[in-house]
Design a protein around this ligand. Structure first.
Ligand SMILES: NC(=O)c1ccc[n+]([C@@H]2O[C@H](COP(=O)([O-])OP(=O)(O)OC[C@H]3O[C@@H](n4cnc5c(N)ncnc54)[C@H](OP(=O)(O)O)[C@@H]3O)[C@@H](O)[C@H]2O)c1
Length: 281
């Protein structure tokens, strides 16, 4: 199966590509080769590659930046751009896979979010990603949309590398304890995604490592696994004074994924341990 990945040089693309190599004949593009808002260059890319599936990972993911200088850019890429790729795929009879986020929810629930729970984003980023979901389903109703959350993996900075670096600088660290979600190892999305594509699934699916924790719990687990003695102070999101509001609770209900694939996501603690042991910080 020929698969074309847009925005493939970011965090998720970099981590998924080596794991997709055995299952798919891959072509990777990014902003330097195909700006997804440019329909004409997409048209020529698709005519050249003739993929069976396009996976769109291109996005503006700077959540706080979207509240300030990147609002219009995010609207254009996360919303309009996603629709451009979805529409092109429909015109060329290519299966389309798109990624969205838990930030489409407001976090007011206390039970895991189902795919059809009403979205109500609290941030510009979440609003543009929700606009993207709607564009995608309007332009190409048989698209597959994966909502992911709290990703970490090989390459670049993430929550884990940041807290370890802060701890190594000495003194204690302060971590938010009023946001509950399911941090997810990028590697763990590969098998589920391959299964959903091979089974020809469409519509929205929630995917994350199982179980849930606050970022405070997550930091504690990191230092326990690394056997580092670090003093961690729990703080509220308000104390952190970040530009964008995040949902206080965004745990996913993954029953639909389990029922449709027969697969189960492993617990976040197991995934974190493997990441720390294999990739390190
Ligand atoms: N990271 C998370 O925790 C998380 C959680 C939930 C959902 N998601 C979703 O998962 C998907 C992948 O996320 P990620 O973490 O891999 O993001 P990322 O690291 O920011 O990668 C996104 C890639 O898209 C590229 N890009 C930006 N504008 C583009 C354009 N107009 N045309 C083509 N490419 C463009 C970026 O290039 P530049 O770097 O040059 O801008 C970057 O290489 C996104 O849809 C994101 O919303 C991510």
């Amino acid at each position: 199966m020929k698969v074309l990945i847009t925005g493939g040089k970011g965090l998720l693309g970099t981590n998924l590509v080596p794991l997709f190599d055995k299952s798919f004949d891959l072509t990777i593009c990014d902003l330097d080769t195909w700006d997804i808002t440019d329909k004409q260059s997409g048209e020529s890319f698709i005519n050249k590659i003739r993929p069976d599936v396009v996976i769109n990972l291109a996005a503006i993911t700077d959540v706080d930046g979207c509240e300030e200088t990147k609002k219009e850019l995010a609207e254009r890429i996360n919303g309009y751009g996603a629709g451009v790729v979805a529409g092109l795929c429909r015109e060329h009879s290519i299966r389309f896979v798109h990624f969205s986020t838990d930030y489409v929810f407001d976090g007011a629930k206390t039970l895991p979010y189902k795919e059809n729970d009403p979205p109500n984003p609290l941030s510009v980023y979440g609003t543009t990603k929700l606009a993207g979901e709607r564009e995608v389903l309007e332009k190409n109703p048989s698209s597959l949309i994966i909502r992911a959350q709290g990703l970490y993996g090989k390459g670049g900075e993430n929550f884990i590398t940041k807290v370890v670096k802060m701890a190594q600088q000495g003194g204690g660290i302060r971590v938010v304890s009023d946001q509950r979600s399911s941090p997810t190892y990028t590697k763990d999305l590969a098998e589920p995604l391959i299964a959903l594509i091979e089974k020809g699934k469409s519509g929205i699916y929630h995917l994350a490592n199982s179980g849930s924790c606050t970022w405070f719990d997550f930091a504690q687990e990191i230092f326990t696994i690394l056997k580092m003695d670090v003093s961690i102070t729990p703080i509220s999101s308000a104390e952190l004074e970040r530009k964008a509001h995040r949902p206080a609770y965004s745990v996913f209900d993954m029953w639909k994924f389990q029922k449709d694939t027969g697969l189960k996501m492993r617990p976040w603690q197991e995934a974190l341990r493997e990441y720390l042991m294999v990739i390190g910080v």
